[in-house]
Design a protein around this ligand. Structure first.
Ligand SMILES: *Cc1c(COP(=O)(O)O)cnc(C)c1O
Length: 382
């Protein structure tokens, strides 16, 4: 089948057809999806009659005419004004995108829905993923949904509720002493020996496309405008890279105008390779030794998407900053108790981060700022 998109290496620019089960480029860097043409303006008029899942933007996503995705209804999450928290800290226009409302309790659902859709259409029957937690839950659920097998490598220190969720969908769970980087090595070895498809962050091109729906949804929820700033808890970088790709494509298609948001990455003080590289002016990250944080999604010491992330932060006029575990936990409690939002530690990190940015004058009180609660708080309890 000829696809209406191809793949372009994000580093060396090599292009290839999207047929088969694409991994990374021979140069070792990730491929990005490039569509033959922008979605037609008519696609906008179709939106009002479509359900609020990420597939309402199917013309923007890697899906053929008439093709059904592997879906659990991911996307279409609330964009919540947080007036009480805003007033307490002096923000006039502060919002939270509530990604904990996704199937499997995190925004990982968007990427894995797209990846499992494309891979199963290309014949994959067995999947593997290394995870800091939530990608494992999402793969387990979408594999079950597609009727295929999944193996998940996770650190033994992953929150117990997340591990129970992975098992509950009948994925094969392998626990390792170490971090997601160690799990990644084991997952690649397993993929080689078993023929399973490795759907690690940026090792296949479609998780990014799923994450791109964050940008499309945000733009539509804000009446086809974009906020001044986005504060995002950054681990592997799919959210940041995917959202930026979405903004870029929206502008090219003429669906939004004006300047793009400043993108801010928040990392935990105990694992901040992107912050370190950003401040050093480096093009890529140096692996972070002994990564430690309660925000397990941020415990990514050596992300494959480092170059892409750093380029997004710089191009957008944003930056990368750290918060401590104490700060992110206190901020999560604030979202929980003042707003009723079931905040993950990672979601708390974005509130802690924006307080820091405002204190430094990098974000102004009247600016429209969107924080991301990337996962549900209950996954981290019990
Ligand atoms: C995976 C994860 C992150 C990090 O996301 P990236 O887009 O890979 O940087 C943040 N928060 C939660 C809850 C996660 O599961």
């Amino acid at each position: 089948m000829t696809l209406s998109w191809s793949l372009e290496c994000s580093s060396c620019g090599t292009t290839r057809s999207a047929d088969g089960l694409p991994g990374v480029c021979d140069c070792g860097q990730p491929y990005l999806v490039r569509y033959a043409c922008a979605p037609p303006p008519a696609a906008k008029s179709l939106l009002p009659e479509r359900p609020w899942t990420m597939w309402r933007y199917r013309e923007w996503l890697p899906l053929h005419d008439g093709e059904a995705p592997v879906t659990l209804g991911e996307g279409g999450t609330p964009l919540l004004a947080v007036v009480r928290v805003g007033e307490r800290h002096g923000f006039a226009d502060l919002w939270v995108k509530e990604e904990g409302a996704n199937p499997t309790g995190s925004f990982k659902a968007r990427g894995l829905a797209a990846a499992v859709t494309r891979a199963t259409r290309a014949g994959a029957r067995r999947f593997v993923v290394p995870t800091a937690g939530n990608a494992g839950v999402a793969l387990a659920a979408y594999a079950a949904r597609a009727g295929v097998a999944a193996r998940v490598y996770a650190p033994a220190s992953t929150p117990p509720t997340i591990l129970r969720q992975i098992r509950s969908f009948d994925a094969e769970l392998v626990l390792l002493d170490g971090h997601i980087g160690d799990c990644g090595k084991a997952a690649r070895a397993y993929a080689l020996e078993s023929g399973a498809l490795d759907v690690s962050t940026l090792r296949e091109p479609y998780r990014i496309e799923g994450k791109k729906s964050l940008a499309l949804e945000l733009a539509e929820q804000l009446g086809w405008t974009l906020p001044h700033a986005i504060v995002y808890p950054t681990g592997g970088g799919t959210g940041l890279i995917g959202m930026w790709k979405g903004f870029d494509e929206l502008v090219q298609a003429g669906w939004v105008r004006g300047s793009l948001p400043r993108m801010y990455s928040v990392q935990a003080a105990g694992c901040a390779p992107v912050v370190q590289a950003f401040r050093a002016g480096a093009p890529g990250c140096t692996p972070w030794p002994d990564p430690q944080t309660i925000a397990s999604g941020l415990r990514v010491p050596s992300p494959l998407g480092d170059r892409l992330m750093l380029s997004v932060l710089r191009k957008s006029g944003g930056e990368a900053l750290t918060v401590t575990d104490a700060q992110l936990a206190a901020a999560a409690t604030e979202l929980q108790t003042l707003e009723g939002i079931d905040a993950s530690p990672e979601g708390g990190a974005t509130l802690a981060g924006v307080l820091e940015l405002k204190a430094r004058g990098a974000v102004k009180p009247e600016e429209r700022v969107v924080l991301f609660n990337t996962g549900a708080g209950w996954l981290y309890r019990g």
